[in-house]
Design a protein around this ligand. Structure first.
Ligand code: ADE
Length: 247
């Protein structure tokens, strides 16, 4: 998957992209990340990227020209390398976008690549949304100063879903998370820590019972903390029973 990130702050990216899963995915050749500084596409000698809002008001608005120029440069480079740039959707990171959920990450992971635009300041000229971005994504109902951290979050959420990025064991873990439920409790050694015990069932060696218990814990935790998630999950008769009984 090829990932292009257009940002005013290219220096923010090497750290988060230089470790763990993202580093490994790049080393394995599973993803190719390019960071494009927006400033180089700014206007005039001062490489201006923003201006006062028409109609007045506080703050600045990002001008459309640098964004269009940046995306056009990316598309041209992609085409020159023999790939079809129209297969790479342009995604604007903004608190007004659709919420990044597991399903959205899956949808994006199915694309051959993405062009991510990190907005800044008070906002971005509406024509960028209307005529350049094909998708707008928010990472949550809070406002950050810019789209850089959201772009990093999106990249991490998407890349870990690509085949071959996670090892087999981590991949199995992914399957359980994608059930739409919150994960239940996990325990490792020591069996007893400061007087707090590990649930007996996990030590029973009865795999079927352990699986049932885990499912029950996941269901209960989800009902307790995120009942909204349960609405999107088809509960089997066994699930309904598990919710009510004690193992
Ligand atoms: N830019 C600023 N806040 C954001 C958010 N919550 N999600 C995506 N982009 C943003």
């Amino acid at each position: 998957m090829e990932l292009h990130i257009v940002t005013l702050f290219p220096g923010m990216f090497p750290g988060p992209f230089g470790g763990s899963i993202l580093k490994r995915a790049q080393e394995k050749g599973l993803i190719d990340i390019s960071i494009h500084g927006l400033r180089q596409f700014g206007l005039g000698r001062h490489q201006v990227v923003d201006d006062y809002p028409f109609g007045g008001g506080p703050g600045m608005v990002m001008r459309p020209e640098p964004w269009f120029a940046a995306v056009e440069a990316v598309r041209q480079a992609v085409a020159q390398e023999g790939r079809d740039p129209s297969t790479l959707p342009v995604v604007l990171l903004t608190p007004q976008g659709r919420l990044l959920r597991h399903q959205v990450a899956r949808e994006l992971a199915a694309k051959p690549g993405l062009i991510l635009l990190c907005g800044h300041y008070e906002g971005v000229d509406e024509r960028v949304r209307l005529h350049l971005a094909e998708d707008e994504i928010s990472i949550g109902d809070y406002v950050l100063t810019g789209g850089e951290l959201p772009a990093m979050v999106l990249v991490e959420a998407v890349v870990r879903l690509l085949p071959g990025v996670l090892g087999a064991a981590e991949g199995a873990w992914e399957d359980s998370l994608s059930s739409g439920l919150l994960e239940g409790p996990q325990y490792t050694r020591p069996r007893e820590f400061r007087g707090w015990d590990t649930p007996e069932i996990l030590l029973s060696g009865d795999h079927a019972l352990v699986a049932q218990w885990r499912r029950q814990q996941a269901l209960r935790r989800t009902r307790e903390r995120r009942p909204d998630l349960l609405e999107g999950v088809e509960l089997s008769r066994q699930d309904k029973k598990l919710l009510e009984t004690n193992l």
